[in-house]
Ligand binder design. Structure first.
Ligand code: SAM
Length: 291
């Protein structure tokens, strides 16, 4: 297929092989480098994200550009943040070759998505769409949701198990820190499964898509976020314990934990896995009012 100014050409196995050979890329596990070589998969991710001409999309880890090119077909702008300078350096040329009519709507920044801040980027993102590096997927997602309050929707590909954890609801075995923290920002849902064979190299595990619709149900005050997250971390650090004992050192003593829990209308005898984000927000507020 030839590219026209309106239709970016997408990367298949031959293009991925060619780019990797040209750059001497040897994908590393440390950087979670598994590149998608299937056009239908990237089209599906972009369709699930719902991004359109009004969106400035932040893409983390563009790699060789598979998802980037598909995003450029639909999004108003794409801003890619890539930690690997060799990959980041090749992207403008890849966009010019495969999506010539779209190059002026693309920016790439060489940076670590774990620490990147709005001031490091040329524009303000309205959406996050990414095939995240697996070993840092949750911290990157939470960092970006916290530091970029303009991100109204996030659609990310992560390990299937991590996708399940992020989208889990209270009460289950897999409900934990990522599930509660993601819900601090809004509605979280699974958005489909992705098989292993669409990647080079093939990972050993399946992947899944997760969507966050930001509603900021508890506001955007950074103090409330960090106070709530501290209570969540304490509750799940010892997830088999009751809240009264799990929060003992967070509160100063088990008796003090019990008092704060009762004041927040939470049964001190239950485990953290039964509580939702609103419960932890109440607890953080009660503790602050008490100081
Ligand atoms: N988006 C590409 C695709 O779908 O084919 C590549 C996805 S690959 C799973 C993850 C990408 O994230 C790699 O390009 C890797 O170099 C990059 N990466 C890893 N850690 C990163 C970090 N902390 N900040 C930014 N990019 C990172």
């Amino acid at each position: 297929m030839t590219s026209t100014p309106d239709t970016p050409r997408l990367l298949g196995p031959a293009e991925i092989r060619g780019l990797a050979a040209e750059l001497g890329v040897r994908p590393t596990k440390t950087l979670g480098q598994n590149f998608v070589h299937d056009a239908n998969t990237v089209r599906r991710i972009v369709a699930s994200s719902g991004v359109g001409a009004d969106d400035t999309v932040l893409e983390v880890g563009p790699g060789l550009g598979s998802l980037t090119l598909a995003l450029l077909a639909d999004a108003g702008r794409v801003m890619a943040v890539e930690i690997d300078p060799v990959l980041a350096g090749r992207l403008p040329q890849t966009v010019a070759e495969f999506a010539p009519g779209h190059a002026d709507r693309f920016d790439v920044v060489t940076a670590d998505a774990m620490t990147v801040l709005p001031a490091d980027l040329p524009r303000t993102p309205s959406a996050l769409v990414a095939n995240l590096p697996y070993n840092v997927a949750v911290p990157v997602l939470l960092h970006l949701m916290a530091q970029f309050p303009t991100i109204a929707t996030a659609l990310v590909m992560v390990q299937a198990e991590v996708a399940d954890r992020l989208a889990a609801t209270p009460g289950g075995r897999i409900y934990g820190v990522p599930s509660v923290k993601a819900r601090f920002y809004g509605d979280v849902s699974r958005a489909g499964a992705i098989g292993r064979r669409v990647f080079w190299p093939e990972p050993t595990i399946e992947s899944g898509l997760v969507r966050i619709e930001r509603t900021d149900p508890f506001g955007t005050d950074p103090w409330l976020r960090s106070a709530t997250f501290a209570a969540i971390d304490a509750a799940f650090a010892q997830r088999r314990k009751t809240m009264r004992s799990a929060l003992a050192s967070w509160a100063g003593s088990a008796a003090e934990a019990e008092r704060l829990l009762r004041a927040a209308d939470i049964d001190p005898g239950i485990r953290g896995e039964r509580l939702d984000a609103a419960d932890f927000v109440r607890l953080a507020r009660v503790r602050e009012d008490d100081r």
